[in-house]
Design a binder for this molecule. Structure first.
Ligand code: BTN
Length: 238
């Protein structure tokens, strides 16, 4: 699947690079950076650049049929990263929609962006930021984020992790294209920490999470009514 692997010692953001150069990139190109000075997170946030991490973007050109699956594609990617971490015996969990948590703190974030839409087809950029071997974090992140090294107490081989993620992604992409998110739903649910808990949506309304839908939507009960939350629209905490 993966055609080109571009490596940058330093860049603003791998997602930006793909966005700016998508005309010239082959589908299934991976852009990897050792450091980012303007890494972006979801909901317009920035992504703090920690040393010795994994920061990469997967670029895919998708056909019309696939475009509808872009939202669940980001959940799919989270599941793949979680699966790889589990292979390393890391006790990670998924916080809907696609944060990976370790001991309750965020260890990986995913930013999926759609761009360059041409008559229904489109380009998708999946940015993955995984905190691996940094021994410490800035004070303001200590409560909410962590690294594999901090939690497990050892260094990880980042090259191996990248290869595992890309291999797993490639192996499962056909299933995802064929069957969509529903093929992965049981596995996703078994690691999703939101189920059976209350969440706060956009800082105000409380809701009880009871299920994950066939397309990855979060199904909650709020004031006796069932509501479905689609990814990308909300911030949640508990
Ligand atoms: C989140 O807010 O949880 C998503 C964070 C995504 C960070 C990654 S790092 C590689 C890629 N390039 C970026 O600028 N962002 C993503």
């Amino acid at each position: 699947l993966f055609k080109d692997f571009l490596y940058f010692p330093q860049i603003d953001s791998t997602n930006n690079y793909v966005k700016e150069n998508q005309e010239n990139l082959k589908s299934a190109t991976v852009v990897y950076a050792e450091r980012q000075n303007a890494g972006r997170g979801r909901l317009g946030r920035s992504w703090t650049d920690l040393e010795k991490g994994v920061k990469m973007s997967i670029f895919l050109r998708l056909e019309v049929i696939d475009i509808e699956k872009v939202v669940p594609l980001t959940l799919f990617t989270g599941l793949i990263v979680n699966r790889v971490l589990r292979k390393y015996k890391v006790q990670s969990f998924i916080k809907w929609s696609n944060d990976i948590l370790l001991n309750g703190k965020k260890v990986c974030g995913i930013l999926t962006e759609l761009s360059g839409e041409i008559e229904g087809a489109g380009n998708v950029i999946i940015g993955i930021g995984l905190n691996v071997n940094a021994a410490s974090l800035p004070d303001e992140l200590l409560e909410i984020a962590t690294t594999l090294k901090k939690e497990i107490g050892m260094d990880f081989d980042r090259t191996k992790i990248i290869i595992e993620i890309l291999k797993e992604f490639e192996n499962e992409l056909e299933n995802f294209k064929k069957y969509g998110f529903s093929h992965f739903r049981d596995e996703y649910k078994s690691y999703c920490i939101n189920l059976g808990r209350e969440i706060i949506i956009n800082g105000e309304k409380k809701a009880f999470c009871k299920d994950i839908g066939q397309n990855g939507e979060l199904i909650c009960v709020q004031e006796g009514r069932e509501i479905k939350i689609q990814t990308g629209e909300v911030t949640i905490r508990w």
